[in-house]
Design a protein around this ligand. Structure first.
Ligand code: NDP
Ligand code: GDR
Length: 345
């Protein structure tokens, strides 16, 4: 009998990679998607798993407790990976209540459903380095105090503590993965790395003039998403439920990533100016390629993230392998291919 797993948010970046991993391991996978006017399965299509016989796509909204209970009853899964969320930090400032409903209370709905249906079901909660926010120590580890800086970060912290609370109160095998930023060619275009690599491809192909960004000084610990979903799976196979940081232990600024992405497309940049007046031009032609637009600034910013994944390495045998340069090149190459072919995702 194959193992059965539920992945909420299969239309997202991590959901697609995790589904691919679990299918390779012989699981039967139930992946949830939301009803929208036009459903979007481009990621699982790109991975070639959309028609896999062991993949079942189920319509579901995380904010519906009764749907959560029925989902667990009808599928009979033994592992639940809760990846669904309103995951864009910028939007959470504009839609704090929706973000809280989905990203915070949504996780509680699933925990309650497990409590009601079967407390043996193992649960993975997608926690985040955004919970460290205004960081209290460098590098951040599992015991670093939290200080979230956005409605998204606060909602995720609620879900994180609920997972721990259900572990301690009801003995549920609830794991929380505090994952630092992880990227890939399947990243949404609203997030900064993919916005940059897609824009670099468009500029290279003459489809865009200038890339506009917000805070260039923010520092992030960026890893490769495909490796991070392997860490999620390992957490649910461990002997006991726990909290783990997954990160690369390297941090770079947004500006560094911009330079790296243009370099990956054979364009050298020349930076000048500061703050809102910062720009980058093509070192060869002098043409303006990057400028700041304050509309992309956030009301409160997370300035510096760098995680130490030592616990995950020691307990789970997990460690990141892909360098940021390799990841950036992979993303730029994918966006060059897509833009050449006229793809719109
Ligand atoms: P994405 O934004 O790519 O995917 C989020 C998924 O959640 C989508 O499938 C989305 O569906 C779904 N979703 C949103 N609202 C609901 C809802 N009300 N009911 C059901 N499904 C819903 O995120 P990622 O794949 O990048 O991240 C996966 C998880 O990990 C998220 O919880 C994120 O917050 C967290 N995380 C991500 C990190 C990263 O760097 N990527 C780092 C740390 C944590 P739809 O397509 O319909 O919008
Ligand atoms: P983040 O990712 O907020 O870390 O959350 P994002 O890529 O959106 O921002 C990273 C940093 O870049 C700065 N920035 C810009 N960001 C965007 N999106 N667009 C811009 O134009 C821009 N210019 C500068 C941001 O201010 C920020 O400092 C991601 C999400 O995947 C979360 O769900 C997840 O929990 C965390 O990573 C870990």
């Amino acid at each position: 009998m194959s193992k059965k797993a539920l992945i909420t948010g299969i239309t997202g970046q991590d959901g697609a990679y995790l589904a691919q991993l679990l299918l390779e391991k012989g699981y039967t996978v139930y992946g949830t998607y939301r009803r929208t006017s036009s459903v979007n399965f481009w990621r699982i299509e790109e991975l070639g798993i959309d028609t896999h016989p062991a993949l079942h796509l189920v319509e579901y909204d995380l904010t519906d407790l009764s749907a959560s209970i029925r989902l667990l009853q009808t599928t009979g899964v033994t592992e639940v990976y809760n990846l669904a969320a309103q995951s864009f930090v910028g939007v959470s400032f504009e839609q704090p209540l929706t973000t809280t409903e989905i990203t915070g209370i949504g996780a509680l709905n699933l925990l309650e459903a497990i409590r009601i249906v079967n407390t043996e079901i193992r649960f993975y909660q997608a926690s985040t380095s955004e919970m460290f926010g205004k960081v209290q120590a460098v590098p951040q580890i599992e015991s670093t105090p939290f200080y979230p800086r956005s409605p998204y970060g606060v909602a995720k912290l609620y879900a994180h503590w609920m997972t721990i609370n259900y572990r301690e109160s009801y003995g549920i095998f609830g794991c929380s993965g505090i994952l630092f930023n992880h990227e890939s060619p399947l990243r949404g275009r609203e997030f900064v790395t993919r916005k940059i690599t897609d824009s670099v491809a468009k500029i290279k192909l003459g489809k865009l003039d200038v890339l506009e960004l917000g805070n260039m000084d923010a520092k992030r610990d960026w890893g490769f998403a495909k490796e991070y979903v392997e860490g999620m799976w390992r957490m649910l196979q461990a002997d006991k439920p726990d909290t783990f940081v997954l990160a690369t232990n390297r941090t770079e600024t947004v500006r560094d990533f911009v330079t790296m992405a243009f370099k990956a497309a054979d364009i050298q940049l020349q930076w000048s100016g500061e703050g809102e007046n910062e720009t980058a031009t093509c070192a060869k032609t002098g043409k303006l390629l990057v400028r700041v637009n304050p509309k992309f600034y956030r009301p409160a910013e997370v300035e510096l993230l760098i995680g130490d994944p030592a616990k995950a390495k020691n307990v789970l045998g997990w460690e990141p392998k892909t360098t940021l340069e390799e990841l950036c090149q992979m993303m730029v190459d994918a966006d060059l291919r897509r833009n050449e072919n006229g793809a719109s995702f």
